[in-house]
Design a protein around this ligand. Structure first.
Ligand code: CDP
Ligand code: CDP
Length: 226
């Protein structure tokens, strides 16, 4: 069997990872996996079940009975939890508020990493998250660490919310982004850090298409080295 190719994209909240990752995957005809959506889907289920989320054991039990699936549709990628479509429901403020605490639990992370590694076996993939280059695919062919200023990330999320008809408060977004970045990068279990061999891309003043093109060029250069 020929070798599979993997591109890992990590970075802080709202840096543009999933938007860019989807487009790169489409251009290269690879699959795309949004690992943040998996932590969000679990958080949604924990909140829906009214489970005490300060207990790692309780949260892990929910995950064990939580089937998380992705499906491609004309409107984009849909997310399902135990057969229920939750694509929009996992983007609410309630989920934003709690997802980073739930994602800090080591047992939860280990199970998520196992599922993610199983999902991509034998497939060319673009995967985005916080620990893809360090933990999920440590031997990825290309690792990107995508960053942008907090002000620009909040501005982008704000614009996205308004376009989607969600209520949005720019100052609250800034605080939310800083709080999640802080929890994600200081947790003990696989914190958000740049992998040693990752290429850092500061997208603060780059358009989506410029970022996509730069990653495709880097991927092609790596393929040339093979
Ligand atoms: O899109 P956004 O940057 O708001 O976040 P996301 O990628 O949907 O991820 C939501 C949260 O899940 C992050 O803030 C992390 O706490 C967690 N996460 C993680 O810990 N590891 C991953 N591989 C992906 C997400
Ligand atoms: O996945 P992550 O949380 O890193 O970010 P995202 O959800 O892909 O991007 C957040 C918002 O920024 C989206 O509305 C993108 O369209 C926008 N964006 C942008 O304006 N310029 C970029 N270079 C990248 C993303």
């Amino acid at each position: 069997m020929s070798k599979t190719i993997s591109i890992a994209i990590d970075g802080p909240a709202a840096a543009g990872k999933s938007t860019v990752a989807k487009k790169v995957a489409h251009a290269l005809t690879y699959i795309y996996v949004d690992t943040g959506a998996m932590y969000r889907a679990l958080t949604y289920k924990v909140l829906e079940d009214g489970v005490e989320l300060s207990s790692e054991d309780n949260v892990y039990n929910v995950l064990q009975n939580c089937d998380i699936q992705f499906e491609q549709s004309k409107e984009g990628q849909l997310v399902f939890v135990n057969g229920q479509e939750v694509t929009k429901a996992i983007r609410t403020q309630g989920v934003n508020d709690h997802v980073s605490v739930i994602a800090s639990y080591p047992s939860v992370r280990q199970e998520m990493v196992n599922r993610q590694q199983t999902m991509i076996k034998g497939r060319n993939v673009v995967m985005d998250g916080r620990d893809i280059g360090t933990k999920v695919i440590p031997d990825a062919d290309l690792k990107i660490f995508m960053i942008a200023s907090v002000a620009e990330r909040a501005r982008r999320r704000h614009e996205e919310n308004i376009l989607s008809g969600f209520e949005s408060d720019l100052e609250q977004l800034k605080e939310d982004i800083k709080r999640r970045d802080d929890i994600d990068s200081t947790r003990e279990a696989s914190p958000l850090v740049k992998a040693q061999d990752a290429v850092e891309l500061d997208t603060t003043s780059m358009s989506i298409d410029e970022v996509v093109q730069q990653i495709i060029t880097l991927a092609e250069e790596r393929a040339d080295l093979r």
